[in-house]
Design a protein around this ligand. Structure first.
Ligand SMILES: [Zn+2]
Length: 203
């Protein structure tokens, strides 16, 4: 494997807030600012990544063509970020990823344990409109609607960061964290072990 530079939060594009305005749409906030660079940007949807609480999702009105360009970001989640004022800087996370991907890789790698994936019963549930599943004995996340247990319902598990599928029939060796998120061995070695978030920058 070629040597690579371990990337941290400060290597993501940094969004410097210059102006914050309410808009005529109720609950919507317009944030004007600049991005320090455009690496990893695939589209207009993205997050202001916040260490201290929920990240804020929203949309740029266009992908900037140059990093010096002023950008406009519309969000309905400004209420979660009382510190959102001119001068603050947020790491920008492209909407292709979720803030949980970053926090899971930045957490100490001791949180991960090697495990062999095997088909097992799964409890399905609905949370924030998305159907998910987890081991039968794990407590349901707050606000989840229980959809019941399916025997053999958990036959494969996609790696959180790449298209690799872990299943008893093919690649069964992987790593799982305290929140039941799975990584394939490659992604564990490449990212989690050194807390490297380069997947969100170069990916
Ligand atoms: Zn992977």
């Amino acid at each position: 494997m070629p040597a690579h530079h371990t990337m941290k939060l400060q290597d993501l594009p940094q969004f410097t807030v210059e102006e914050v305005h309410g808009t005529s749409n109720d609950g919507e906030t317009l944030v004007v600012g600049r991005l320090s660079h455009l690496r990893g940007m695939r589209g207009t949807r993205g997050y202001f990544y916040r260490l201290g609480g929920p990240s804020i999702v929203g949309d740029l009105d266009a992908v900037p063509s140059a990093e010096t360009e002023r950008v406009r970001f519309l969000t309905t989640e400004a209420e979660y970020a009382p510190e959102l004022k001119p001068g603050i800087v947020y790491p920008w996370l492209d909407g292709n990823w979720q803030p949980g991907h970053i926090s899971m890789i930045l957490s100490p790698h001791e949180r991960w344990e090697r495990r062999t994936f095997s088909t097992s019963p799964a409890r399905y549930f609905l949370v924030d409109g998305i159907m998910r599943w987890q081991p039968v004995d794990a407590p349901l996340p707050r606000g989840a609607t229980d959809l019941g247990v399916h025997a053999g319902g958990w036959e494969h598990q996609r790696c959180e960061l790449c298209p690799e599928e872990l299943s008893a029939e093919s690649t069964a060796e992987g790593f799982v964290d305290a929140d039941n998120r799975w990584l394939c061995t490659h992604c564990f070695e490449r990212y989690a072990k050194s807390q490297d978030i380069s997947f969100a920058i170069d990916g």
